[in-house]
Design a binder for this molecule. Structure first.
Ligand SMILES: Nc1ncnc2c1ncn2[C@@H]1O[C@H](COP(=O)(O)OP(=O)(O)OP(=O)(O)O)[C@@H](O)[C@H]1O
Ligand SMILES: [Mg+2]
Length: 249
């Protein structure tokens, strides 16, 4: 990937309707080539955070910078030019089109030469080679996620925003999707990963944030969080949230 980007989100308050914020005063950073996980219970505001960064929410206050340039509230298509690619949880591919057509379309969106970017993506995701002429709707869930990732990477982003890439996948397929993320990050692509499988996300990420009720509840080094007894009880399969208050940020 050609570009690198650092993301700084500061004091971000955003939602869907003016005056009714869903996330409040969120601070998040993603360094160059860093994988940062966002975990937390259903309805915590994780997807809203990604959508706000991607220019799809109403921003009340706060700021988003990419490599020091403010991009707060700019349109998603312009964000692509700032090096940010957003892969939403659903509707991230065109099911009635073939894998080839999806990849070509992704290239057109960012003015890339079809032949070069399609080849690059097929070497990064060899599984897609076998399905190249198939309609995307006929792919397995894991293959669809690989296609969605490939379509985002065509733009050679410096930063990927991923919303629950393993949702609905069988555990092995989920693991395959997560394990390619380190390969994507290694050349310097930062990844902000919202993930339902908190243990898997913390096992993969460098750092992580715990969101609950629209607020940052905790942040830290991902592996340290895995062994934190309080977080373990609340978010990683122990007691349910509400039985304990997490350590404040
Ligand atoms: N388009 C929308 N319009 C209004 N409210 C919304 C919209 N999308 C989400 N919300 C509300 O925002 C809150 C946070 O939702 P969000 O989808 O960000 O949570 P989440 O942490 O991603 O949850 P999940 O783990 O279920 O994906 C919820 O109360 C939800 O009902
Ligand atoms: Mg969500």
């Amino acid at each position: 990937m050609s570009s690198v980007a650092r993301l700084d989100v500061s004091e971000l308050t955003a939602g869907y309707v003016a005056g009714m914020p869903i996330i409040s005063s969120i601070d998040v950073t993603v360094g160059v080539g860093e994988i940062v996980a966002v975990i937390g219970p259903n309805g915590a505001g994780k997807s809203t955070l990604l959508k706000a960064i991607a220019g799809l929410c109403h921003i009340e206050s706060g700021a988003i910078h990419v490599d020091g340039t403010e991009v707060t509230g700019i349109r998603t298509d312009k964000l692509t030019r700032s090096g940010i690619a957003f892969v939403p949880q659903i509707e991230n591919i065109f099911r009635s089109m073939t894998v080839e057509q999806n990849l070509i379309l992704a290239g057109r969106r960012c003015d890339k030469q079809a032949s070069s970017h399609v080849e690059k993506m097929l070497s990064l995701f060899p599984l897609l080679k076998k399905t190249y002429k198939k309609r995307a709707g006929e792919l397995s869930g894991g293959q669809r996620q690989f296609l969605a990732l490939a379509m985002a990477l065509v733009a050679e982003p410096g930063l990927l925003l991923l919303d629950e890439p393993t949702a609905g996948l069988a555990p092995i397929a989920g693991q395959e999707v997560l394990s390619i993320l380190r390969e994507i990050a290694n050349p310097g692509v930062g990844i902000l990963l919202v993930e339902q499988n908190a243990k898997a996300a913390l096992g993969l990420a460098d750092r992580a944030y715990v969101l609950a009720d629209g607020h940052n509840q905790h942040e830290g080094e991902a592996r340290a969080m895995l062994s934190d007894p309080v977080l373990g009880e609340i978010y990683l399969g122990g007691r349910r949230r509400g039985d304990h208050a997490a350590k404040p940020v």
